[in-house]
Design a binder for this molecule. Structure first.
Ligand SMILES: [Zn+2]
Length: 698
């Protein structure tokens, strides 16, 4: 029985590798029997883990139940279905898979009690009234909420989810319940995919192009929606398997929540370019009779983000800047480190400009808050948590605490720990405190011994030898495990696994320690990372990574310069050694030109420049390049079809074609987890661009 679950699990995960670009955590819906571990090698919570959870149940402010009242308030209706299917035929969304959490009075020792509480709060499902007759939200249809503002004639949609299918279902639900109205405008609060990807489920591109429907976004939206996730996109997508626990079945032993929602939807992710850009710090617009004041908040949760104030109804939309969790300053899938101080300052600006009068605050995740005192309480709690994080980490750093110590030293004050809105579900105090230090001082602790460290593979055998070999380490590792010293056990077992990647006993024991750490953690990103790593150590990562599907909208929206930059990342330097060429690359339909040069095994480009000394000039329309980037046709096909004009020596083009690597996700995050050395897929379309990594969830 357990074996068969495991098999389904692997089959699903193989599919996930194929589609995960658009399915961060959401694609393979696997629900296991909640009463037992889904994994034959899995363990129950240890006595130490149970003791910790019991202590937390007694010490955290569980008597404060206002979040539960707010999460239920204004409920109108839920659909009869729990699953939303993707047009491609897979399950895009399944709230039913988390229902074990709602079993009356159930406590799970394999889930941190604070996380269990958050996971239940995120079970809100259906249509909710936020401001009577004015503002509604559909929650529990995707990672984010979709919000509807009732204008004179139609709906203004705030943040149309990750997938066309879930957004479409939400629009259908509200139209059925409250009367059919057209969508007259869409607001993208920021550049992460769970806030724009479903736009095609609520509007037609033609109506946006004609200006009939306004699509409003903050300055820098288009650039950041794509650019943040291209250069390291493949690695980010692979790392999402850890942060989002893509392989983990939904179970008290597996995936229980994603902090700002249950999970992300696995549907059709699109992007329609906005036709109204908010550029100033504050800008007022009236659309369909609704007056809105936008507050640009760049450099907070996303590089392009904005809040919105509705002065006529004293309602504040906090985008993803204030939700039911402290967010990621560093997101574990990989992203540039964010600015906790700027985030705190932008909340402070909103608190003083809008928060003094606000009677309702709603956001793109979690539940709304009502009443000015409550709103100010939550705004202050989050403002102060980000400020405390930034300031206290730097306070300690200025006294010599390093990046390798800060997470063991940094602590929230009790006054914040006693407020649920200051808890770090999406971030964690551990990885966020390291992030702040990294932002200011970088990764080095200033000890030369760590400046040029040996690779783990090179250092581990020395340690293992000095520790007296594998048997000694396993014996000690077991002792530490039995005492509940999971981080200590991890320290030595990790060395052994690096030294002996085929030592399954070592990998299993390391996995047991990871698992208990995962059970204990409040942040689902951290929990998932430990539990997913335990799974890969026990069973290996899935094989069969097939070519990723590309997202036509995301590729179309990518600048030619970014595509050329990424060709530079894909360049196989061994093949480029000793070669030199200059190519002029001209796209007349958008009036752009680039000079592309290969020299010293580096491929560079400069916009707006061409060279008279170029070996080759390539002229083609960007619209024809789109087809190549999407993989619909090859570059050679476009040449054969007469859509590309080559002038000069074509050799550089033919050489470049053979110098580009294609990235796959078949690489290990932990030693000894790749079942077989996989072969690279044939590169018949070397200029095809991978879709950017999914930025859902920030
Ligand atoms: Zn989001």
């Amino acid at each position: 029985m357990l074996k068969s679950i495991s098999t389904t699990f692997l089959v699903t995960s193989v599919c996930m590798l194929a589609s995960s670009v658009f399915a961060a955590g959401g694609g393979g819906v696997v629900t296991a029997d909640a009463t037992k571990h889904f994994d034959t090698k899995g363990k129950q919570a240890s006595t130490y883990t149970i003791e910790l959870q019991t202590g937390l149940r007694k010490s955290l402010p569980f008597e404060d139940k206002r979040d539960f009242e707010e999460a239920k308030r204004g409920f109108i209706a839920a659909p009869e279905y729990k699953q939303i299917m993707a047009d491609a035929g897979n399950v895009a969304w399944d709230m039913g898979s988390y229902e074990f959490l709602l079993k009356d009075g159930a406590t799970f020792d394999t889930i941190n009690p604070s996380l269990q509480r958050q996971a239940i709060l995120n079970m809100a499902y259906g249509l909710y009234e936020v401001v009577p007759g004015k503002i509604y939200q559909v929650r529990g249809f995707d990672l984010a909420n979709i919000s509807f503002i009732k204008g004179k004639t139609g709906w203004i949609v705030f943040d149309p989810l990750t997938a066309k299918e879930t957004a479409r279902a939400a629009l259908k639900l509200i139209n059925e319940q409250l009367g059919k109205r057209p969508v007259v405008a869409v607001v993208y609060s920021h550049s992460h995919a769970d806030h724009f990807g479903g736009v095609r489920g609520v509007v037609n591109e033609t109506d946006v192009k004609s200006g009939k429907v306004k699509v409003i976004a903050p300055e820098g939206f288009m650039h950041h929606a794509i650019a943040e996730n291209v250069m390291a996109g493949n690695a980010m997508t692979r790392r999402m398997f850890f942060q989002y626990g893509v392989l983990l079945p939904r179970s008290p032993y597996g995936h229980v929540d994603q902090s700002i929602g249950k999970n992300t939807a696995a549907g059709n992710l699109g992007l329609i370019e906005p036709n109204v850009i908010i550029k100033k710090d504050f800008e007022e617009l009236t659309i369909d009779g609704i007056k809105m004041v936008f507050q640009n908040t760049p450099g907070t949760e996303a590089p392009a983000e904005m809040n919105t104030w509705f002065p006529d109804i004293k309602t504040f939309w906090a985008a993803e800047n204030i939700t039911g969790t402290i967010h990621n300053i560093y997101t574990l899938r990989g992203a540039l480190v964010r600015d906790a101080l700027e985030w705190s300052k932008q909340i402070n600006i909103a608190l003083h400009k809008f928060g003094q009068d606000a009677e309702v605050m709603f956001a793109s995740h979690s539940w709304p808050r009502w009443g000015n005192d409550r709103i100010q309480e939550v705004m202050r709690a989050q403002r102060d948590t980000y400020a405390h994080l930034n300031n206290q980490v730097l306070h300690l750093a200025n006294q010599g605490v390093t990046i390798n110590q800060i997470h063991n030293v940094y602590k929230l004050p009790d006054s914040l720990r006693d407020q649920w809105a200051a808890h770090s579900y999406h971030g964690s105090e551990e990885h966020n405190s390291r992030a702040v230090l990294n932002r200011y001082l970088g990764y080095w602790d200033a000890n030369p011994a760590t400046l040029i460290p040996l690779s783990p593979e090179d250092s581990a055998p020395l340690y293992v030898e000095m520790m007296g070999g594998a048997d000694n380490i396993i014996k000690k590792g077991k002792k530490l495990f039995d005492k509940g010293k999971y981080l200590h056990a991890t320290e030595i077992l990790n060395k052994l696994v690096y030294a002996e990647p085929d030592n399954q006993n070592a990998k299993d024991l390391l996995a047991d320690n990871f698992e208990q750490i995962g059970y204990q953690k409040e942040s689902p990103s951290v929990r998932n990372s430990f539990l997913a790593a335990a799974y890969e150590l026990r069973h290996g990562m899935p094989e069969g990574a097939s070519p990723k599907s590309t997202g036509p909208d995301m590729i179309r929206g990518m600048s030619t310069g970014l595509w050329l930059d990424f060709l530079g990342v894909r360049l196989d330097v061994a093949k480029a050694e000793g070669k030199h060429f200059i190519i002029n690359f001209i796209t007349p339909d958008n009036g752009e030109k680039y000079l592309v040069e290969l020299s010293n095994s580096a491929l560079t480009n400069i916009e707006g420049v061409t060279s008279k000394k170029a070996d080759l000039s390539i002229t083609m329309n960007r619209s024809d390049l789109n087809q190549v980037m999407m993989g619909a046709v090859s570059f050679d096909d476009q040449i054969d079809a007469g859509k590309v004009k080559l002038k000069g020596d074509r050799k550089p083009y033919d050489e470049l074609k053979t110098m580009l690597s294609t990235f796959t996700m078949a690489f290990e995050l932990l030693p000894g987890t790749l079942p077989e050395k996989s072969t690279l897929p044939a590169m018949n379309k070397p200029f095809k661009q991978d879709a950017p990594a999914d930025s859902s969830g920030g």
